[in-house]
Write a protein that binds this ligand. Structure first.
Ligand code: ADP
Ligand code: MG
Length: 406
């Protein structure tokens, strides 16, 4: 049996027309000799009647501080509705299909409601269905606790994670992530009109793009696929374009790869909104100051990014909702700081940038030539990022997209 996982996002199951397109993708996979496991998200985006945000709103209208257990159970309804409607659609076209909750599909999680981690997947029910020629239509984004059958959710973007985890557990040939764009693009197409579709990209690069704000796929899903070395495709439900293949190596031009991907050493530009930058004065005489600072922040459960630490100063960024809490921790510990709100982060990602001279110069001069002030940079092997004011973010993305010839 050649198993594949096909995951369909919110827009792919939102209308009857879209669901027929989904049916066609499933049918095509069967014709190609595969046994597909279908994973679905809730129908539609924000504002749609059964979308996750609508369900959250409906429960918060009743009680703002509702228990997390009930909130998770409420959120799971979106995917349950979607899987039933999708299974019914497939049945209507003569495809034997069955809707399954995450728990029924064997997805067991810990009990951290709202951000549960998958502990293991018992694939026996899914295998039995596939062997009987029945297409499982699994609710994405959800699982079940091991002993007490509570519904849990995996966090936003969790359906991608469900698909990757099922792919790994089932030793699938590959995992397909179907969405409303024709693949992973060199930048968010809502910002850069001329963004190009990448034919191929490495797990590590997609992970960096996703962690730096490219919402097309969840980074956790990529990590899971990478761990099991399962190829992933990002494709459109609404076209026959080949999509983007994600594998361990970046097949670039000039290194013997079969496909010439792009001439740039970068693969894409990503961006994140809604950040605040902190600059902390450190006493150069006190070498423990920096350590104490980051221990205090970690103890308070604040997630910090873009770390720069020197003898005299520490800089980092937090998401805007964490600003108040961060200030409180810094004040209590007696640190002097400057707060810069309304920031964003722009990142260029590309494993082929490693060790290439002049990359930083290209990055800096692209922003400088648009008079965009760099508040801070951070870089790793594969990624260069800058913190800029949020009002410059869109222009910064466009400038870097152009400068790196994406
Ligand atoms: P789904 O509901 O199918 O999971 P998402 O909204 O999660 O869809 O992801 C698809 C969207 O991601 C696209 O519509 C696109 O606007 C956005 N996006 C952001 N960055 C990128 C990128 N680099 N490449 C492709 N799409 C991107
Ligand atoms: Mg998504």
């Amino acid at each position: 049996m050649k198993i594949i996982v096909q995951k369909f996002g919110g827009t792919s199951v939102a209308s009857e027309e879209a669901r027929v397109a989904v049916k066609n993708k499933v049918q095509q996979a069967i014709r190609n000799g595969y046994s597909p496991v279908v994973v679905v998200s809730a129908m539609g985006r924000k504002g749609a009647p059964y979308a996750t945000d609508t369900l959250i709103g409906a429960l918060k209208d009743v009680n703002l501080s509702v228990n997390v257990r009930e909130m998770d159970m409420m959120m799971c309804c979106g995917e349950i509705i979607s899987s039933c409607v999708m299974a019914a659609t497939l049945q209507k076209f003569g495809i034997n299909a069955m809707a399954l909750t995450g728990g029924q599909a064997g997805i067991i999680t810990d009990s951290q409601f709202g951000a549960a981690r998958i502990k293991n997947i018992n694939t026996s029910s899914l295998i039995r269905l596939l062997e009987a020629g029945i297409i499982p239509v699994v609710c994405g984004f959800q699982g079940m606790t091991e002993n007490n059958y509570k519904f849990t959710t995996l966090g936003r973007g969790g359906s991608d994670t469900s698909a990757a985890a099922l792919g790994a557990a089932l030793k699938a040939d590959f995992v397909e992530i179907y969405t409303d764009v024709e693949g992973i693009m060199t930048a968010d197409p809502r910002i850069v009109e001329k963004a190009n579709i990448l034919q191929q990209i490495s797990y590590a690069e997609v992970c960096q793009m996703a962690q730096n704000g490219a919402k097309v796929i969840h980074p956790r899903a990529v990590e899971i696929a990478m761990g099991s070395n399962i190829p992933m495709y990002v494709k459109s439900t609404f076209s026959d374009a080949p999509g983007t293949l994600i594998t361990s190596e970046r097949i670039g031009q000039g290194n013997g790869g079969e496909i010439a991907i792009n001439e740039s050493c970068a693969s894409g530009v990503a961006h994140l909104n809604d950040l605040a930058q902190f600059r902390i004065d450190l006493n150069p005489q006190d070498i423990t100051a920096g350590r104490n600072l980051f221990e205090d922040l970690a103890d308070a459960g604040i997630s910090v990014g873009c770390l720069n630490l020197s003898e005299k100063e520490a800089m980092f960024a937090v998401f805007s909702p964490d600003v108040e809490h961060t200030c409180k921790v810094l004040n209590e510990s007696g640190f002097k700081y400057t707060l810069n709100e309304g920031c964003g982060k722009v990142s260029v990602v590309g494993s082929a940038m490693r060790g290439v001279p002049g990359i930083m110069a290209t990055f800096v001069s692209a922003l400088a030539s648009h008079n965009i002030a760099i508040l801070q940079t951070v870089d790793s092997d594969t990624t260069i990022s800058a913190i800029v004011k949020e009002e410059h973010l869109v222009e910064a993305v466009k400038a870097l997209h152009e400068a790196f010839k994406l």
